[in-house]
Design a protein around this ligand. Structure first.
Ligand code: ADP
Ligand code: TRP
Length: 325
């Protein structure tokens, strides 16, 4: 079976953008791929996160993975920091990486443009991500559209390395991006993102979830007047409704006498309905953390086995003789 691999940073609670862009794909792929899904906690250090917050968020992402339906019998779940070989490979790959290539990275450029003073970790972020992927010989990497450039860089690094050492050490991975949900909009109409404060978090208590849905930005057209049918509420509604149902909502907007408040309520009901089983499961898991830690230990063991074999090949290829002593 082919291998699917992906990770999510524990930088905050996961949201429906993460769910439809990434997490749902992990679940949908699990019968046909060997899945490896990790929590990218090394990556979160690039934003200099508080240690207690990092611990809490890391476990939250594990709970989110399991609640979303990743089956630990089919796919492995582990913390990136359980497998230090990721960082060893990062060091090796970084010596094959021209500075100029990373200077063009848009995640890095965006952060600099926002006035964030970059640390070396942030600059190197794509090299760590490439190491995460290449060390497992992943065939596919299910992600949202914003990660496309990172996967392209990963392929580029693999080609450079293989060419430099004249050996097919690394496999070229394919990004799996679902065009229909490539970029889920947030409550403000921009890309939904933990760092923009515009998220809808499917696993929050009902009251808070409702507040998020009600905060979706709309215009101030009076209730009786026709409204733009392609507004933020219909965009989000289309994730949960059939195309015919979305059409009905759009027609109601065009007809007038249908307010954004009505539509938000319909959306809220859909979200609750869609995630109700997952929300229940997540609550059960929260009270059974021993089981959750067992899953992480099992995942870590498998991940270390795979990576230690791969690192033997890598070290041998580049001429590092210390690893086997
Ligand atoms: P965030 O932007 O909230 O920090 P991450 O960068 O941690 O999210 O993304 C984790 C995964 O979720 C990635 O595969 C990413 O492409 C996907 N993702 C994040 N936001 C969205 C979105 N708004 N729409 C679709 N996919 C998304
Ligand atoms: N950069 C990804 C994000 O922010 C997280 C990530 C780290 C990742 N390593 C990865 C995703 C390897 C896929 C494969 O979403």
């Amino acid at each position: 079976m082919k291998r699917s691999l992906s990770g999510i940073q524990p930088s905050g609670v996961l949201h429906i953008g993460n769910y439809f862009g990434a997490l749902k794909q992990f679940v949908d792929l699990q019968d046909n791929y060997n899945g490896l899904y990790f929590i990218a906690d090394y990556h979160s250090l690039t934003s200099q996160i508080n240690p207690d917050v990092l611990r809490k968020h890391s476990l939250n992402v594990v709970l989110d993975y399991l609640a979303a339906g990743i089956d630990p019998k089919k796919s492995k779940i582990f913390l990136q920091s359980s497998v230090p070989a990721h960082t060893e490979l990062m060091w090796i790959l970084s010596n094959q990486t021209p500075m100029a290539l990373l200077e063009r990275g848009h995640a890095y450029k965006d952060k600099v443009a926002k006035g964030i003073k970059p640390n070396v970790g942030l600059f190197n972020y794509p090299v760590l991500m490439a190491s995460d992927i290449l060390i497992y010989d992943a065939d596919v990497v299910p992600v949202g559209k914003d990660q496309k450039q990172h996967i392209e860089l990963t392929r580029d690094f693999a080609v450079r390395f293989n060419e430099f050492y004249q050996k097919e050490v690394f496999k070229l991975p394919e990004a799996l991006i679902l065009e229909t949900v490539a970029t889920v909009v947030g409550t403000d109409g921009e890309k939904m993102s933990k760092s923009y404060g515009n998220i809808i978090n499917m696993y929050l208590p009902e009251k808070e979830l409702k507040k998020q849905v009600m905060s979706i930005v709309t215009d101030s057209t009076p209730l009786e007047e026709p409204k733009n049918p392609d507004n933020n509420v219909t965009k989000l509604y289309s994730l949960f409704a059939t195309p015919a149902e979305v059409e009905i909502m759009k027609e109601k907007f065009i007809a007038g006498n249908y307010g954004y408040g009505h539509a938000k309520k319909e959306l809220f009901e859909r979200i609750l309905d869609y995630f109700s089983k997952q929300r229940e499961l997540r609550m059960k898991l929260e009270n059974n953390m021993d089981y959750v830690y067992d899953i992480l230990k099992d995942g870590a063991k498998i991940a270390r086995e795979i990576t230690s074999e791969k690192m033997k090949v890598v070290r041998d290829t580049v001429g590092l003789i210390g690893g086997e002593l």
